[in-house]
Design a protein around this ligand. Structure first.
Ligand SMILES: Cc1cc2nc3c(=O)[nH]c(=O)nc-3n(C[C@H](O)[C@H](O)[C@H](O)COP(=O)(O)OP(=O)(O)OC[C@H]3O[C@@H](n4cnc5c(N)ncnc54)[C@H](O)[C@@H]3O)c2cc1C
Length: 397
């Protein structure tokens, strides 16, 4: 049995703790905040993410708190024209073996946290900020900012996009500022006029240099609103309050229906989005990164958390023996995960080019998209929404 330290108690870190502890290893999760919690509202979980949650034993619980979507609906945000919908019903669920769900972020995080708290193989520690690590041949020590040192057989950096573990391990500086600001709010569903409810759809309104997405969360009792604009924001910020008037001004180019929905938003908050370029490897001996620390992506493929969950399950599979060869297994983990995660990082960046054109380019996009059949649309996402083929690993060494 090994002792493993996980830095960061977000979705990725908690999922990793579960998956690794189930291989018989002891895990300590060290979280910077003074409690384990998730902020933010809705999160979309494609079938590959549901599959990973099932592997963690949480499939049923997630389905119970999720809203299962019937379509991804793409609208021209200026003209109001319905361009195309990708159906997510029988054929999609059969093909990808799971539904496409939306969940409240805090609910997903609580499910993972409760499962970790119930395990006698997992210890949870708050108010611990990692600042770096020190490796030797047989162990690795994490340094916290208060001088505490925690030693284990291996360390997993699941400390998000500004990862301290990555700073030392990869050393690629600050994340890239995308120049896109996102405004988010949630609205109680009873405040949404019934003709605008679309309770089983994720809906995109694509406009020039901007787009607006909404979907129901929390078993349909809230509508999640997220509106993004290319405003060339020069530096990152997170969770800054924004007035409704400001949001409406930013998205004034969108048509009437989108405006009516934006009008409903209260307590808007804004973030400047950041990501990083893919790297080939994110392990260093007994230390490895996972989730956003390893392959942070813009959220436009709705896959960051899904990829963190996949990472967690696969890493657990790789540590399937009492004394794993950590450097070898971690290198294997990166080799296996890098192509898929890099492809999604790239897709997420490029999707803005599909969503944000204006004029003739927008018309050409609409015409191309509207000619696609449901099967062609499913083919387009198949590589991403299917659980990866290479989950299973040889017996431990
Ligand atoms: C607007 C938006 C919408 C999104 N929508 C979706 C979606 O629909 N579907 C989807 O799959 N993904 C989505 N994502 C992406 C998803 O939220 C992230 O990819 C996912 O949360 C990453 O999880 P993580 O555990 O790797 O990192 P994080 O969630 O960032 O967790 C990192 C944890 O580490 C802690 N920490 C940080 N530094 C330290 C330190 N030095 N020491 C100790 N602890 C530390 C933090 O406090 C935090 O708890 C979205 C992201 C955004 C921004």
């Amino acid at each position: 049995m090994a002792e493993i330290v996980v830095i960061g108690g977000g979705i990725g870190g908690l999922a990793a703790a579960l998956s690794i502890s189930r291989q018989g290893h002891r895990v300590m999760v060290v979280e910077r905040a003074d409690r384990f919690a998730e902020i933010g509202a809705g999160i979309q979980i494609a079938p590959n993410g549901i599959y990973a949650l099932e592997r963690l034993g949480l499939g049923e619980a997630v389905r119970a708190s999720a809203v299962l979507m019937d379509e991804l609906r793409f609208m021209d945000g200026v003209t109001g024209e319905h361009v195309v919908s990708m159906p997510l019903t029988e054929e999609y669920r059969r093909r990808f073996r799971n539904p496409y769900a939306v969940v409240h972020r805090a609910e997903l995080h609580s499910l993972l946290l409760n499962e970790c708290a119930a395990s006698d193989m997992i210890r949870l520690r708050v108010s611990g900020t990692a600042v770096g690590y020190d490796s030797s041949r047989d162990s690795v020590t994490v340094m916290l900012d208060n001088g505490v040192r925690i030693t284990g057989d291996a360390v997993i950096g699941a400390d998000g996009i500004n990862s301290a573990i990555r700073r030392q391990l990869v050393g690629d500086g600050e994340p890239r500022v995308s120049g896109i600001t996102i405004y988010r709010a949630i609205v109680r569903m009873e405040r949404v006029p019934s003709e605008l409810r679309s309770t089983k759809a994720v809906t995109w309104w694509a406009g020039p240099g901007c787009h607006f997405v909404h979907y129901p969360i929390a078993r349909g009792s809230y509508l999640n609103l997220a509106a993004s604009i290319d405003d060339r924001a020069p530096e990152a910020f997170a969770g800054v309050p924004a007035s409704r008037e400001h949001v409406l001004r930013q998205f004034a180019v969108l048509g009437e229906t989108a405006q009516r929905l934006l009008q409903l938003g209260e307590d808007w908050r804004s973030w400047v989005l950041v990501d990083r370029d893919p790297v080939d490897s994110w392990s260093d001996g007994r230390v490895v990164l996972l989730g956003d620390a390893a392959h942070p992506m813009l959220h436009y493929a709705a896959q960051g958390a899904c990829q963190a969950l996949e990472d967690a399950v696969f890493l657990g599979d790789l540590l399937n023996c009492p004394s794993p060869d950590f450097p070898g297994r971690f290198e294997q983990f990166c080799q296996n995960r890098r192509k898929r995660t890099a492809r999604i990082q790239t897709l997420a960046r490029e999707s803005v080019r599909l969503w944000h054109p204006s004029g003739d380019a927008a018309k050409a996009r609409n015409s191309a998209l509207s000619s696609l059949t449901p099967t062609e649309l499913h083919d387009y996402v198949a590589w991403m929404h299917s659980a990866p083929a290479s989950w299973h690993v040889p017996a431990g060494t």
